[in-house]
Design a protein around this ligand. Structure first.
Ligand SMILES: [Fe+2]
Length: 283
């Protein structure tokens, strides 16, 4: 598998290359250490059936950032056999109790498993993927976007919009930029308002995130959509939302910017099943 921009020896070439279509599988908040083994197996089957080009891993990959949990997560990601990976740490991927590590090298274990870059990116003629690290070692759960991060991403988006209007522009964060329910408002990113305004005006299409284990798609006020995923495989589910992942299909020849499919794990059939489809069209 290759991480974005860094070749690690690809398992196979991109699945849909040259077809005018790209498929992105968003797996969020697996919280390895609390994973459900049957759901892992169901997700392997889904990935092998859907053959996505990209795996978007939007943070909280582990429960407590132990080496064993990162090793299990890394081995599982290999089993999905997705050719390309864009990964991002979540607040759970920084050691909580090991204070020297938390203060001095908070991302050492994450980086050993998923590569040095905390903000990987990828750009082709059709696709721009930008990951933004929203974790901070001094915050426990909250996430943050600095003014510099907001500006840097806005500049990249604006360049893309100007030079390559057809390009689909996807930004990945861990904590959400927008929420659907009042009780989730405290979980929004610090700095979300500036990001929504600047990234929306600069032409962002999707801002994908996780953290709150609640899947939804929201149209954003200045342009683009928030695409949130539930927890993919963890038993840390909400009563109203089980395990789920998003399958994002981008047809570069279509008028719509993307189609987002929510796939829920159905315990009765022990399989991920498609539950919702959002066609994202600009107004
Ligand atoms: Fe989180």
């Amino acid at each position: 598998m290759s991480t974005a921009g860094v070749a690690h020896g690809e398992l196979r070439s991109a699945q849909h290359e040259g077809s005018g279509m790209q498929v992105l599988l968003q797996v969020s908040d697996p919280h390895f250490g609390t994973e459900r083994p049957p759901v892992l197996e169901a997700l392997v089957r889904l990935a092998h059936a859907q053959r996505p080009d990209w795996l978007l891993l939007s943070g909280d990959i582990t429960q407590r950032a132990t080496e064993a949990q990162f090793a299990a997560a890394s081995a599982f990601v290999q089993r999905l056999q997705v050719p390309r990976l864009l990964a991002l740490p979540g607040n759970h991927d920084i050691p909580l109790w090991h204070l020297p590590l938390r203060l001095l090298r908070p991302y050492a274990r994450y980086q050993a498993a998923f590569g040095n870059s905390l903000e990987p990116e990828f750009e082709s003629a059709d696709l721009l993927l930008l990951a933004v690290n929203t974790t901070r070692w001094w915050r426990h759960q909250d996430g943050q976007l600095s003014a510099a991060q907001v500006q840097r991403v806005a500049d990249r988006l604006a360049d893309s919009t100007r030079a390559r209007p057809v390009q689909r522009r996807v930004v990945m964060v861990h904590q959400p930029v927008a929420v659907a329910l009042p009780q989730d408002i405290p979980d929004r990113l610090h700095g979300h308002a500036a990001a929504l305004e600047q990234w929306g005006r600069a032409g962002v299409d999707l801002i994908v995130g996780g953290h709150i284990h609640r899947p939804f798609v929201l149209r954003l006020p200045h342009g683009g959509w928030a695409v949130q995923a539930g927890t993919a495989v963890s038993r840390r589910v909400r009563p109203e939302a089980g395990n789920s992942v998003n399958v994002i299909r981008i047809d570069f020849t279509a008028a719509e910017r993307a189609t987002v499919e929510r796939w829920d794990h159905d315990p009765v059939h022990d399989a991920f099943v498609q539950r919702q489809v959002h066609h994202l069209r600009r107004a």
